[in-house]
Design a protein around this ligand. Sequence first.
Ligand code: HEC
Ligand code: HEC
Length: 217
Amino acid sequence: MDTAKTLRRRLSLRHFLGCAGTLAASLLLLSPAHAGGSAEAGQARAIVCAACHGVDGNSFNPEWPSLAGQNENYLIKAMQSFKDGSRQNVLMNAQAAALTDQDMQDLAAWYASQKLAGKTADPALVSSGERLFRGGNKTSGVPACGACHGPAGQGNTAAGWPAIAGQHATYSSNQLLAYRSKQRATDGDSQMMRIVTARLTDEEIQAVAAYAQGLHP
Ligand code: HEC
Ligand code: HEC
């Protein structure tokens, strides 16, 4: 079977929905046993992070992600992947190198307890972004983003799948491009985000990232 055919099969909506339970279960096994951090200790540790992520986890630079309100398991996993080098970013690899497991749990508890500031979506992009987010693209075989990220983009706390609601559109579209080029490969053996983005056009990426920015979790 040629690669295009294999991809097409793996991309079918049914496949994604059918696997969602299995994927959630396997990711649960991979995620840290239990997030047992102290938000108070995390707040103190976060002083060095504030320059880029804001004092309360709301970043002001659209290329730097807001962390406020993100789920703890995802935050911990993200810090671990910067530390072990499986996720590459000049600014973050240096930051994560110094973090212990306890630091990560404390920081995650702190950011998860903070409130994400609401944002608006680019009105020119919102309706096409919403269509893709809710219904996917049946022609190209892209599944609905909401199937995994939640109908309001709030993420899946138990599985440690990230919230994307209210995130800077610039950051989100950069991540989608990074998955598409396989530069970001932190989505594990299932490759779910690499497979999803392989079928997204640049226009769809811009639109869905803009729509997600305007969602209020
Ligand atoms: C010099 C700026 C800078 C500092 C300081 C910094 N970060 Fe980051 N952080 C970034 C950038 C830029 C990214 C996005 C990297 C990418 O594009 O993959 C990021 C990404 C992250 C993410 C992943 C978010 C997501 O949605 O996947 C986490 C978690 C994180 N940082 C935590 C921290 C913590 C905790 C600290 C302090 C110990 C910290 N950062 C300090 C710039 C910074
Ligand atoms: C099958 C489930 C699934 C589907 C469908 C899915 N995602 Fe994801 N997405 C994930 C998981 C799991 C991650 C985290 C993977 C990792 O740790 O790298 C993720 C990560 C992301 C990120 C990076 C978040 C961050 O903070 O860095 C963005 C942005 C994103 N997805 C957007 C989308 C969009 C837009 C769609 C629809 C076009 C979509 N996703 C469809 C499961 C999914």
